[in-house]
Design a protein around this ligand. Structure first.
Ligand code: HEM
Length: 156
């Protein structure tokens, strides 16, 4: 059961509100598909850029409310995390994006993430996709690709 009063939720909410406004005003390179991301691609099945942004915003909120892991993100830059997670999901879903963040190994090195925490974040992502209305088949395709990164993220 998730707690209702996470430590950093106000920060996350305020940041998301600001980012939502910024997103309306700003077109990222990712927001302009240039011929790639064919209709049958996972990127399209996730709802393309708009769908992935919705998933990312929901994901941040799920993490912010999840006492199993939110303290892990206490010192994180929410704006950067949002930007990089959108790029990352877009890239691994074969969308028209470049991932400009750090590698999964480098990002999570030294965090000593255990399998309960990894699974908690995956559950948060599933909840985020459910709330975004992502089709289950597309959810499973994304989760399969992320599962392959588990050793890199957990450092094993
Ligand atoms: C499916 C699993 C996961 C994926 C795909 C993923 C992906 C990412 C990405 C793309 C970033 C941004 C990297 C950057 O800023 O350059 C990031 C950052 C981060 N991740 Fe993960 N991650 C996963 C699981 C986890 C788990 C299980 C934890 C801890 C419980 C975690 C903790 C963090 C933290 C704390 C940051 C921010 C680091 C910072 O602010 O410097 N991640 N992750």
């Amino acid at each position: 059961m998730k707690a209702k009063e996470p430590l950093n939720i106000m920060t996350a909410k305020a940041t998301l509100t600001a980012l939502a406004l910024a997103t309306v005003l700003t077109l990222s390179a990712c927001a302009m598909p240039q011929g790639s991301g064919a209709p049958s691609s996972l990127y399209q099945a996730l709802g393309a850029q708009q769908g992935i942004e919705q998933i990312a915003d929901n994901f941040i909120m799920e993490i912010a409310y999840d006492p199993r892991v939110f303290d892990r993100f206490a010192d994180s830059n929410v704006e950067r995390f949002r930007e990089k997670i959108i790029e990352h999901f877009c890239f691994i879903a074969d969308g028209p994006c470049e991932y400009t963040g750090d590698s999964m190994v480098l990002t999570h090195r030294g965090m000593d993430i255990n399998s309960a925490e990894f699974n908690a974040v995956v559950e948060d992502l599933i909840d985020a996709m459910d709330k975004a209305g992502t089709p289950v088949s597309a959810q499973n395709r994304l989760l399969e690709r992320l599962a392959a990164l588990r050793p890199e993220i957990m450092g094993i």
